[in-house]
Design a protein around this ligand. Structure first.
Ligand SMILES: NC(=O)c1ccc[n+]([C@@H]2O[C@H](COP(=O)([O-])OP(=O)(O)OC[C@H]3O[C@@H](n4cnc5c(N)ncnc54)[C@H](OP(=O)(O)O)[C@@H]3O)[C@@H](O)[C@H]2O)c1
Length: 289
């Protein structure tokens, strides 16, 4: 069994490393070759183009956004035309449900099977093979992928047919983004009122009103460490994907849409490559002015 892996960013590089550690024969590609160096030292095989993935049995993609997935799968050097019929394509990127179903149709037109398998968890969970895969697709395809999911994660939640994995993922990230933003905004209010950061964090984090994931963000905020685990730019992208999905489904998302614009403002102010908890820094900077 030969596995392909395309997209070696924060998440993909660590996921691919766990496949390698599990003894998988791995063929890799990334738009920027530098990011593959460590994996190549560990025994992965490089391909110069996605179109050279023709010999793999399963190909994983872990790419930034729908445009990156479309370019990599269907662009001039795209892999889809070059896979053997019946190959399994597992897209772990966070994309919107309609896009995922477009990729299913494009794959099926070429005799390729598709599973959407976005992940819950961030850089440390990717590193430690503790991701949760939120999966949409045919049960037999998900079963075939299961051993590889288990090398990269601790749980597989098969939530439905094609597109249902990313449907749940945009729901989850809409809550994640909005929870982070309201926490940051409320902290900024507290500090503007003269309450100390320490007292606010001691009171709020772990309380009934704060989301549990904020305990993991607390040290970053305290230490002014905004190195990206989950880049703020991709959080803004995910809020947008939730908004697009809501528009298509006839749902109203006033909070998510406002939060999306807040992340855009932070991105325009140079925080896009930092962790999405830098929204705290952004709002406190605003409060200071
Ligand atoms: N980080 C997290 O905590 C986290 C958690 C769950 C889900 N996700 C999702 O996982 C995916 C990857 O996230 P990440 O954090 O690993 O992001 P990242 O570090 O920014 O990596 C993005 C990857 O996409 C590639 N890419 C971007 N634009 C491209 C294009 N136009 N054509 C081809 N390749 C392109 C990048 O290639 P280059 O190296 O050449 O730039 C890189 O391999 C995203 O969909 C994100 O929403 C992230």
């Amino acid at each position: 069994m030969k596995i392909g892996f395309i997209g070696l960013g924060i998440m993909g590089s660590r996921m691919a490393a766990n496949l390698l550690q599990g003894g998988v024969e791995l063929v890799i590609h990334n738009r920027t070759k530098d990011k593959a160096a460590t994996l190549l030292e560990q025994g992965a095989v490089w391909t110069d183009s996605p179109s050279e993935m023709g010999s793999v049995d399963i190909v994983f993609t872990m790419l930034a956004h729908p445009e990156a997935v479309a370019a990599t799968a269907l662009g001039p050097d795209g892999f889809l035309e070059h896979l053997q019929p019946n190959t399994l394509w597992i897209d772990c990127s966070t994309v919107n449900p309609t896009f995922a179903r477009e990729m299913v149709a494009a794959a099926q037109a070429r005799g390729i099977r598709h599973v959407d398998a976005p992940v819950a968890g961030t850089k440390p969970q990717a590193q430690n093979a503790e991701l949760v895969f939120i999966v949409g697709g045919e049960p037999s395809d998900v079963a075939e992928a299961d051993p590889y999911f288990k090398l990269m994660g601790q749980r597989v939640a098969h939530v439905g047919g094609h597109g249902m994995g990313v449907s749940l993922k945009v729901v989850v990230n809409s809550m994640l983004g909005a929870s982070m933003a309201i926490f940051a905004e409320s902290m900024a209010l507290g500090q503007a009122l003269g309450l100390s950061q320490e007292m606010l964090l001691n009171t709020l984090v772990g309380s009934a009103v704060a989301a549990p994931f904020l305990a993991g963000k607390r040290p970053k905020i305290e230490q002014d460490d905004y190195e990206a685990q989950f880049p703020l730019r991709w959080m803004q992208k995910d809020m947008h994907l939730a908004s697009v999905a809501a528009f298509e489904a006839g749902a109203a998302m006033p909070v998510a849409n406002a939060t999306k614009e807040l992340y855009r403002l932070a991105d325009q102010n140079g925080l896009g490559d930092e962790d999405f908890c830098a929204i705290y820094k952004f709002l406190n900077r605003t409060a200071d002015n």
